[in-house]
Design a protein around this ligand. Structure first.
Ligand SMILES: Nc1ncnc2c1ncn2[C@@H]1O[C@H](COP(=O)(O)OP(=O)(O)OP(=O)(O)O)[C@@H](O)[C@H]1O
Ligand SMILES: N[C@@H](CCO)C(=O)O
Length: 322
């Protein structure tokens, strides 16, 4: 579930008065997602997604996210477009939360992507990196090394209950990866930073849209590639699928060639990306009260990926060469 905030009918009606989007025909909470509250709103004119921004989204970041969607849509990326109220505002307030309406995208997300779909994703990621160039707002990555250290601190003394030895492993990874990440000087710009299969829509094998830009930030493009390798190219059994990895990297590289420095950094970036998602999942796992109506994501899935990257000797283990 991700309906943290129930919107009473009268509040919705008052909210909609500010928009010129027709009369509401239906309004339903969307079960998927873990971060924000999302509703599907159908009006006499079109379908929309109404998002109420919850705990992890900082209100000050919303102009970045909504402005980015406008910038990308104007450059041919199929992503939700913010809908302005009559007074031109993209951001509003509903039930005490910041709220925005965006356009509805057609398509379905896939659970087990095929190599063909990994290739589509690779190309779309490269196009996204190119299209975001020139976006004037900046947002540092709050979940880079400093963020990992904060998460590790919050889990310290509790993580061994999730997996024996996890506290020590996290400390060792931070010591090994921290300086590497802080010293990276790779081509950077706006990255999505959470482009998991549930945030990508397909119509058949054709990628039809990208959603959920609420972790987007300025960071190394190759780090975004590494996040996607983790999210798209491992099997549910925990093995890295070299065919999917090759498909994703070939397609990305064809659209935005990776430099030598970027390719050399990929294994370390993938290891850092695995640590990042393991940590956010771990802290959510530890802090979510039993019985809370939210789907907890398994930190151990990312521990397995992290172990794969720890043992990888180089790009050869990913089955790819530029
Ligand atoms: N513009 C859109 N068009 C169509 N469906 C959408 C759109 N935005 C969101 N959805 C639907 O709502 C669901 C949740 O959205 P989203 O992924 O943005 O939520 P979230 O809480 O930020 O999730 P998470 O961070 O866990 O991925 C999506 O899986 C999708 O089904
Ligand atoms: N994509 C994230 C959750 C949403 O931010 C994960 O799978 O851990």
């Amino acid at each position: 579930m991700a309906v943290y905030t129930e919107v009473p009918d009268e509040d919705l009606a008052a909210f909609l008065k500010a928009y010129d989007i027709g009369e509401a025909v239906s309004f339903k909470g969307i079960a998927e997602g873990v971060e924000n509250t999302n509703y599907l709103l159908v009006t006499t004119k079109a379908r929309f997604i109404l998002t109420l921004y919850e705990k992890r989204v900082n209100r000050d970041d919303l102009p970045f996210f909504l402005g980015l969607l406008e910038h990308l849509a104007a450059r041919g990326v199929t992503c939700p477009q913010p809908v302005a109220a009559r007074d031109g505002a993209l951001l509003s307030e509903l039930c005490g939360r910041p709220a925005a309406l965006v356009t509805f995208l057609d398509g379905v997300s896939v659970r087990r992507p095929t190599p063909r779909q990994c290739a589509e994703l690779g190309r779309a990621l490269a196009d996204l990196h190119e299209a975001a160039k020139g976006f004037e707002l900046k947002r540092p990555n709050a979940l880079s090394v400093e963020g990992w250290r904060r998460l590790a601190e919050s889990a310290r003394g509790r993580s061994d209950a999730v997996a024996p030895g996890l506290d020590a492993l996290i400390a060792a990874e931070l010591a090994a990866l921290g300086p590497t990440f802080e010293g990276l000087a790779l081509p950077s710009g706006v990255i999505h930073a959470d482009l998991f299969p549930n945030n990508v829509f397909f119509l058949g094998d054709r990628l039809s849209g990208l959603i959920d830009f609420y972790f987007a930030c300025d960071d190394a493009f190759a780090y975004d590639v590494a996040i996607c390798l983790n999210a798209w190219c491992f099997e549910t059994t925990g093995e890295f699928n070299v065919t999917k990895g090759r498909a994703l990297l070939d397609a990305y590289h064809a659209a935005r060639p990776l430099s030598e420095a970027e390719t050399a950094a990929l294994p370390a970036l993938a290891r850092g990306a695995a640590l990042r998602f393991m940590l956010t999942r771990l802290v959510d796992w530890l802090d979510t009260p039993p019985g809370a109506l939210v789907k907890k994501l398994d930190p151990l899935e990312y521990l397995k990926k992290l172990r794969f990257h720890q043992q990888a000797a180089g790009l050869g283990d990913y089955g790819w060469r530029p």
